[in-house]
Design a binder for this molecule. Sequence first.
Ligand code: HEC
Length: 190
Amino acid sequence: MFSLDMRKYVNNARGMHWLFIVLIIGIAFYLPFLIFGAFPYNTKTNTNPVEMEKLLDGIEAVDFYAMNQYLPKSSEEIQKEIDAFETWEGGKCRFCHAVKKDDRDRMAPTLYGIFGRPAGVGNNYTYSDALINMKGNGLIWTPETLDAFILNPSNYIPGNRMRVEGIEDPEIRKLIVNYLMRESKPIKGE
Ligand code: HEC
């Protein structure tokens, strides 16, 4: 009698343990999405060339990267920009975003060639509806719109999935814009 109860208990406990493990694994997979807005395995192309042409109608001739008031003067300034982009005291943008063409994909859309690019068109990323709506509204990333976005991401695009507190210091925002001006410049013809 006792051993039958015991077996029942063990069987139940085993079931509970498995349930617990499945729950933990489930949470472990969901957390990065919850905290960082991350989608791990994407191979999507978000915008075809025809749509892209439409989105860029009227601004395709503007070369934002040629606006050299954004380019730095000394190596000290360059280091400051790198710190602003990469560190936790700055914008910690590097934690989530790739910048160079050959950077591995990170958990957020790449910022390669971001200036002059419509919102929500980066490949290999599943955007929030909020960002896709902004694409439809004609939002183009320029030094000004990017500055306004990182000042207060959830205010500038309500419902977007970039879970980052705004950067209130205009100097740091400028350093970040400068960094992207230099580092995300697209290679001609690509
Ligand atoms: C915690 C991760 C994380 C950090 C840190 C982060 N981002 Fe993002 N970013 C995202 C995600 C996720 C999205 C996509 C949002 C969506 O789809 O709603 C995004 C979107 C963007 C976009 C729009 C891209 C597009 O293709 O339209 C820009 C621009 C951007 N981030 C710039 C920055 C800058 C500059 C910083 C540093 C100040 C930064 N991000 C820090 C996760 C992050």
